[in-house]
Design a protein around this ligand. Structure first.
Ligand SMILES: Cc1cc2nc3c(=O)[nH]c(=O)nc-3n(C[C@H](O)[C@H](O)[C@H](O)COP(=O)(O)OP(=O)(O)OC[C@H]3O[C@@H](n4cnc5c(N)ncnc54)[C@H](O)[C@@H]3O)c2cc1C
Length: 448
């Protein structure tokens, strides 16, 4: 079959719709990358048609919808042709504006994952996202790429290939030695403007939340935070699922009119893909003109987290978590859970009710507003299984629930359920483990 000839999409120029401007304070002027907008005495934009490149940034930022794109009759004819071709993928007739939007978003291709690191030490969530990104890229039949920005971080490119990326966009420069919002967001926006990815995934860590918000704002596109599910629909749009209304419903959010589609995902929500060191890929080296003097934020000192004891445990990294809920009755009873955790080489977690009661520090909380965990074994003791708790632990390999209420929702996600009093069952398990050990039988979480 003869391949359909590609039509170049006309860009049009922005123009003001009379009487709609609310003189918001020149947001359109600030968004214009070509200085094509001047403001008149009334605070309304005057667009220089010679300079306008039809990038639509001013149209997108206008809070009063007072700007629109103008196309000449010839451009309208081309857009009508694009609309007619696109009809096959849309279930309704498209207006000129819709066709222009569709044609614009079709220019974006590929799935990108931002590789987070601290001094070259990668955050595991980046590799988890490469796993999720690989599934999306395969469905969309596009390339999976990663973005590596830092100082002497080329090693992360090979790691990206090992976890599934086939191309890495690398910006390696001393100005990126420490993470700072300004240089990092400018670097990501520079790459996105140049290479136009359709999806960008970022870890929902402190750094990732900061960066993704700044990038989405600058690119005037949508961002869905803390996604727990990513898929695509039959148009190839990203379906971004996350808890909403206090976790009582799961909402699926789409970015229909702008690109890239951006999502953050918390660590341990997605499984870690298999690492294959033999995989190879292409490194695209880029640079961006940014001088240290032009960056307002300076890093004077980096102070390491030296918290000790109950507060310094990294729940996200633990293979075994023994978690307690309100059913534990008091903070003293968590000593019993710590004993069980010690026997299994694990750590103690808890529900939010426990944190609110002041029995455990917030660092130990599992769930929507706490940590998301994915251990090999999760033992839930006296936890009812509210949805806000479940979203933080239901990806665990094995879940053992101990609860005296046989109707408790925790049993719906449990691999094994024990109906009974936690104060009888937990000591019995500890004694059994000790017994097996005394007989010389090795006990790991697999034997519980
Ligand atoms: C916006 C929002 C965010 C939230 N985020 C989180 C979050 O991140 N994490 C989280 O955990 N919660 C979160 N919550 C709170 C959540 O809705 C629940 O209130 C909380 O998880 C309940 O904790 P729990 O299961 O320990 O307590 P309860 O619901 O009171 O359950 C206690 C359970 O212990 C059992 N029990 C009592 N005694 C015994 C015994 N002797 N032996 C065995 N079983 C016993 C009971 O049968 C009961 O099922 C959030 C809520 C909101 C609104």
């Amino acid at each position: 079959m003869e391949e359909e000839k590609k039509i170049k999409k006309p860009r049009g120029i922005a123009r003001l719709i009379p009487d709609k401007c609310i003189a918001c304070g020149a947001r359109c002027q600030a968004s214009c990358p070509k200085d094509a907008i001047e403001m008149n005495d009334k605070g309304e934009p005057i667009i220089n048609v010679e300079k306008c490149i039809g990038c639509r940034k001013c149209v997108k930022v206008c809070p009063a919808d007072a700007l629109e794109m103008y196309y000449t009759p010839e451009e309208q004819r081309i857009l009508a042709e694009i609309a007619a071709r696109a009809k096959g993928t849309a279930d309704k007739e498209l207006s000129i504006d819709e066709a222009a939007t569709l044609a614009e978003i079709k220019e974006y291709r590929g799935v990108w994952v931002f590789v987070e690191h601290t001094g070259g030490e990668p955050a595991v969530v980046s590799w988890e996202l490469l796993g999720a990104g690989a599934a999306l890229a395969m469905t969309l039949d596009v390339e999976l790429c990663s973005v590596v920005i830092g100082d002497k971080v080329e090693g992360l490119c090979q790691e990206s290939f090992a976890y599934g990326a086939s191309r890495v966009y690398l910006i390696d420069d001393p100005v990126f030695h420490h993470y700072r919002t300004e240089p990092y967001y400018k670097a990501v926006c520079y790459l996105a403007d140049k290479y136009k990815p359709e999806i960008i995934l970022v870890g929902a860590t402190g750094l990732g939340r900061d960066l993704a918000g700044a990038v989405a704002t600058k690119l005037s596109t949508g961002l869905t935070a803390d996604c727990t599910g990513l898929a695509t629909d039959d148009r190839g749009f990203l379906l971004q699922t996350r808890p909403a209304f206090g976790g009582n419903i799961m909402a699926t959010i789409l970015t229909e009119r702008t690109r890239p589609q951006m999502a953050t995902v918390r660590p341990h929500v997605m499984p870690l893909p298999e690492r294959d060191a033999s995989r190879k890929g292409e490194i695209v080296r880029e640079s961006i003109q940014l001088s240290e003097e032009a960056i307002a934020t300076k890093v004077l000192q980096v102070i390491e987290d030296i918290r000790k004891g109950w507060e310094c445990i990294d729940l996200g990294e633990a293979e075994v978590i023994v978690s307690g809920g309100r059913g534990m009755g008091s903070w003293e009873n968590f000593v019993m859970l710590q004993k069980l955790a010690d026997e299994l080489n694990g750590v103690v977690g808890c529900s939010r009710a426990v944190v609110e009661a002041g029995w455990m520090p917030a660092e130990r909380q599992v769930g929507q507003t706490g940590k998301t965990v994915r251990p090999k074994l999760y033992i839930a003791c006296g936890i009812s299984g509210a949805i806000q708790h479940l979203v933080g632990m239901q990806g665990s390999d094995i879940i053992i629930a101990i609860n005296q209420d046989r109707k408790a929702p925790i049993f719906e996600v449990a691999t094994y359920g024990i109906v009974g009093d936690v104060f009888q069952i937990v000591p019995a398990i500890i004694n059994r483990i000790k017994e097996l050990r005394a007989r010389g039988q090795v006990v790991t979480y697999k034997d519980v």
